[in-house]
Each structure stands twice: as C-alpha cells, then as structure tokens.
Design a protein around this ligand. Structure first.
Ligand SMILES: *Cc1c(COP(=O)(O)O)cnc(C)c1O
Length: 459
C-alpha cells in the first residue's frame, strides 16, 4: 500500500509549535507567520518540496521584523538621498526615539502634575540653536511649514478674504522660484491649494526689487522667496535676497529648504536661517531632515508674534508633529554632531584611506570621485570623495543582498562612495561585498547591468 506523501505535510499547529517559528510569532505577529506557513504547505502539496522540508522552509521564509522597511547602506555618494530616507539619525536621536516610543511627558509637567507645553524641550533646543529667531515652531515637513505660512498669511478662507473685498489674496513669487520639489510635487500647486493666488514676478532667469514692488497691492498676503535647492541657473541671472524685500510693507517668507541654521564654510552659496533672520526676514521655513541631519520636520523660525499666530492657526493642529519627531529633533540639536554633518565635513584623505582598506579587503580598487550633498541642498556642489570600484554587476547584486548596499554605476563600474557611509559601517560594507563575491564565484559576474542612477537629485 502506498501512502500519499501529502498526508505527511505537517499541520499548521505542528509548524507553529516549532520553537523557531514560535519565536517569530513574538516578533512579527501570528497572522504573518501563518501566511508563510500556508504558502509553504501549498508548495509541499504541489510537490515542490518534500513534507520533511516544510518546517525549515517556513523558518527560511519568515520575515525578520514586523515592518517592511530594511536598513540600507548608502554608498551612492549622495549624502541626503531622498529615496533612502534623507538624513540618517545620530545615536543620540535614535536613543531619544526609543525613549519617547513609550508613554512620555510630552505634554505633562511632572512637577505640578498639570498640562505642560507640548515639545517644550525641542522648541527650547531650536530657539537656542537659532538665537536670532524670536519664535520657533515645528510641523511635519518643509512643505507643511510653507502651507501653514501661506494659509495664515494669504489663504483663501472667507473670514480672511473679507479684508480684501472677497478677492483671493496673493503670494508674490519670482518666476525662477516656481520649483518642483520632487516626485511630481510642485510648489506653485502646493501654495494654490491653500486658496491663495500666485502673482509671478520677473523672468525665469532674472528678477529685481522693482518687479516685486510693482506687484504689491492691497491683495498681497506675503512675498515668498524659495531657494532653488535642487537645481542651478547659470549665466545671465539675478535674484533678490529676501532681506532686500522686507521694506515693501508685506510679510516676507524665506523657504531656505536645507535647514542650515548658520553659515557653513563648505557650502558658501547655501542660505541659512541666521543670516536671513539677521537681514530682517520675518519668517524662515526649512526642513529638519536635510543639512540639519534630524528627523523629517518643518521648521518655522522668525518674528515672535508671527510665529505665535501660525502656531495658533487651526491648521497647525493638523500639521502637528509626533512625540517621536520632537524627541529626535531635540537630540539632534543638543547632542553630538549628527551623521550628515560628519559626512559633509569628512576629510578627503581620511576617505581615501578608508577606500584603500575596504578595497584591499574585497579585492576592489580605491579611486577618487565626487560626491554630492543631494536633494537636500547645495545643487552643483561637488564634494571631493573616494570610492571602492568594482565590476558594474556588483551594483544590482549588492542592492539585492541580505544587507542591501546601494552604490552608483559610473563609467561602467560600480562605485561605493565612502562619503555617504559612516566609518562604523565600513565592516558591514566589506561583509556585504564579500557575500556577493561568494555568490558570483558560483555564478560569474554579469558583464553589463542596468545603470543605477542616484535619484537624490530631486528633493
Ligand atoms: C526640500 C524642500 C522643500 C520641501 O521640504 P520637505 O521637508 O521635503 O517637505 C521645500 N522647499 C525647498 C526649497 C526645499 O529644498
């Protein structure tokens, strides 16, 4: 008598009783583990694997965590890579996130037992970091900061419109600053979604103070200056610094984008909050996860009364940041130098020495190259860097590895640029490359591969 091997396929309960599978239930939840078990049992029923292999196949197929986001080594040389989550957080910020993840005193005064000011610690850190700002506020991201300012100063709600006889209020903005910030999001559309009307001045390449002055009228709600953070216009150009527009009798908002709080010697053309505020600009907006090196956030810095008005606007509640953001932002501002700053300031010779060490360990070649700040700022600025060059086929294989690495393909080679990798991760990088080499030793390196291009150019 022959027995159908399918009868020997272990039942779900039996698979779940395996200690390795039971441990996974505690990490990723029963439902996801069950899905894997059902899929593997089906493979056994289809005869793809034997009944005895079911439990091992389940263990191999189990997800490693409940969330699908995976750690990735950014060896693209684009320090702020939007597709890779922009700024990697400092150890201090990560610790703060974990602490804040539980119940925390975000809005409670533990001394009095009364309600505390939400995020007082983060606001204090920001105020200390930008002493020229009379008031500070934090929202979800740079776009939210702009939306809040535009809504409060020029938005189209009925009560506000009555002051202009029913007309929509205007945001005066230079033509050359109507930018797309990435993934199809366009600043002009974002601003118009508030009900404001855009009043464009100047031409694509040039604008003068007179152009702004001529456009100001009773309907003007604000002047907006936007830093072109992801492209450069060269040649016959002129623009007006925000500080020169403050005498026109309407609020000026400067969207500096990058979140540089003070001037940085390596990025002389990048605008910073302190300089704008000192020039008299009443409101500066910026992102938290670009050059500041913190969590995704939108910073509003400026005139105390104006910032207070924005904070009390009904929309502010909808743009409110989470306790996790507040914790990470405060730790970024108060704690040790965040990774983005360390990467930006890394010395070329130190990068070269690391490239030689990694290259020797993996059998690649150490080469000089040029890295970039990325979508977060400083377009067109080359940061002198060093990389490990490997055959182009490595790019795809490294991306698909157990510990994924994203490099860039340049002139037919895969470059692993060390400027966007922290020194503590060099060993991880070596291990990831070696794992690919081992795989290639049984399957030869593909000669040509898809060109991987660093998407970081958009912001
Ligand atoms: C990045 C950027 C934004 C958008 O900021 P997010 O934090 O991504 O919402 C807006 N304006 C400028 C100038 C930027 O550089």
């Amino acid at each position: 008598m022959t027995t159908d091997p399918r009868r020997r396929i272990p039942r779900t309960d039996a698979v779940l009783a395996d200690p390795r599978v039971a441990a996974a239930v505690a990490v990723v939840g029963k439902a996801r583990v069950k899905d894997v078990v059902l899929a593997v049992q089906q493979r056994a029923r289809d005869g793809e694997i034997g009944p005895d292999a079911v439990v091992d196949a389940v263990v191999t197929g189990l997800p490693r965590s409940a969330a699908s986001l995976r750690p990735v080594l950014n060896a693209t040389g684009v320090v702020l890579h939007t597709n890779l989550g922009r700024a990697p957080l400092s150890g201090a910020a990560r610790d703060a996130l974990v602490t804040a993840a539980g119940t925390t005193d975000v809005e409670l005064d533990l001394v009095t037992g009364g309600r505390g000011k939400r995020g007082a610690g983060a606001m204090g850190a920001l105020a200390d970091a930008v002493p020229d700002a009379g008031g500070v506020h934090v929202v979800n991201n740079g776009a939210a900061a702009l939306i809040l300012a535009a809504t409060a100063l020029a938005g189209g709600d009925a009560a506000e419109r009555s002051s202009t006889g029913g007309a929509r209020r205007e945001i005066v903005i230079a033509r050359g600053e109507m930018v797309e910030i990435g993934d199809g999001f366009r600043l002009p559309e974002l601003l118009e979604s508030t009900g404001a009307r855009l009043r464009e001045v100047g031409t694509t390449n040039r604008v003068r103070v007179d152009d702004y002055a001529a456009a100001i009228g009773p309907a003007t709600g604000m002047i907006l200056k936007v830093h072109p953070s992801n492209f450069v216009v060269q040649g016959f150009t002129s623009s007006v610094p925000a500080g020169e527009l403050t005498g026109l009798g309407v609020p000026v908002v400067a969207d500096i984008g990058s979140g540089l709080l003070a001037p940085h010697p390596l990025l002389p053309d990048e605008p910073d909050a302190a300089t704008e505020l000192r020039a008299g600009v009443p409101l500066v907006t910026a992102s938290g996860d670009k050059l500041l090196g913190g969590p995704q956030a939108g910073l509003l810095l400026g005139d105390a009364e104006l910032v207070h008005r924005l904070r009390r606007h009904p929309l502010a509640r909808a743009l409110r940041v989470d306790k996790l953001t507040l914790a990470a932002l405060e730790a970024t501002l108060r704690g040790p130098v965040p990774p983005v700053r360390a990467m930006l300031e890394a010395d070329r010779d130190a990068l070269r020495a690391r490239a030689r060490t990694v290259a020797a360990a993996v059998g690649g070649e150490a080469v000089d190259c040029a890295a970039q700040v990325g979508g977060g700022g400083a377009p067109g600025v080359d940061l002198p860097s060093a990389a490990v060059a490997l055959p182009a086929g490595y790019a795809e294989a490294l991306r698909a590895g157990d510990d994924p690495v994203v490099g860039r393909v340049e002139q037919g080679r895969c470059l692993l640029d060390l400027r966007s990798v922290l020194p503590v991760d060099d060993d991880r990088l070596v291990a990831a490359v070696r794992a690919v080499t081992v795989r290639f030793s049984s399957h030869p390196v593909p000669a040509v591969t898809h060109c991987l291009h660093p998407e970081g150019a958009s912001s």
